[in-house]
Design a binder for this molecule. Structure first.
Ligand code: ZN
Length: 243
């Protein structure tokens, strides 16, 4: 990905950061500083850092699940709208795609459970007024629950959409499953964009990302089908020579 730089290498996977990602700590740091001076700025930046550790762990969930099936992930890139694990191939078997898609949100479920346990042990999940540390843990818990719900929306190629495609592909052809999941993804992307116009403009960026992603996956599925057909034709043509 252009304009992205490697910041670490964990378990053989490069962790990259896109330059636009730096806008996030800058914006949040500034708003914290405006509201509460330097302690406010430090608080906001630490929260963004903790949030993106959760996003990174989510992507590692996908990458390590993929590794179990022999699919390599050369790098994970952090963007302001989230993380992207670049896998070298898309699994052929629907059940494999299902496991890899679910592995990311499953990490956030685990994080949410750990945060809930820490909050429960330190004075109750919803207790207040609270210390700064507990407020941050509470906010992280809310954001992790948000990540689980948001990622599991059936907006292909987001995780929920991949789950949908995998479930459809168990009954239909890969191409038909991709076409149905892709169209649903694009309709949901339009709905997100509309929501973005009235609320958080970040949703418009995510909507564009989902819409284009669905289109690319559709084109990829068509190419894949044509390639498989070509291989089959070649096989038929060459069979007489093989005998
Ligand atoms: Zn994911």
């Amino acid at each position: 990905m252009k304009w992205s730089y490697r910041i670490a290498r964990i378990s053989g996977i490069d962790v990259r950061i896109h330059v636009t990602f730096l806008l996030l700590p800058a914006l949040f740091g500034y708003s914290g500083w405006r509201d509460a001076g330097w302690p406010g700025a430090v608080g906001e930046v630490s929260f963004i850092a903790a949030l993106f550790v959760c996003v990174l762990l989510h992507e590692f969930g996908h990458a390590l699940a993929g590794r179990r099936y022999g699919i390599r992930t050369p790098d994970i890139t952090l963007l302001p709208i989230g993380g992207v694990a670049r896998m070298e191939s898309i699994p052929d078997k629907p059940s494999t795609e299902l496991v890899i898609a679910v592995a990311g949100p499953a990490v956030n479920v685990a994080i949410a459970l750990i945060l809930t346990a820490i909050l429960a042990l330190t004075g109750g999940v919803l207790a207040g007024p609270d210390s700064t540390g507990r407020i941050m843990l509470h906010n992280l818990l809310v954001v992790n629950c948000g990540l689980i719900i948001f990622n599991m929306l059936p907006a292909f190629p987001m995780d929920g959409g991949r789950v949908l495609r995998a479930l459809l592909a168990m009954k239909l052809s890969h191409l038909t499953a991709t076409q149905i999941a892709g169209r649903i993804g694009q309709v949901l992307a339009c709905a997100l964009a509309v929501l973005g116009f009235f609320g958080n403009p970040m949703l418009i960026l995510i909507a564009l990302f989902v819409f284009n992603g669905a289109q690319q996956e559709l084109e990829y599925a068509i190419q894949r089908q044509e390639y498989k057909k070509m291989l089959k034709d070649l096989e038929i043509k060459h069979r007489p020579f093989a005998q």
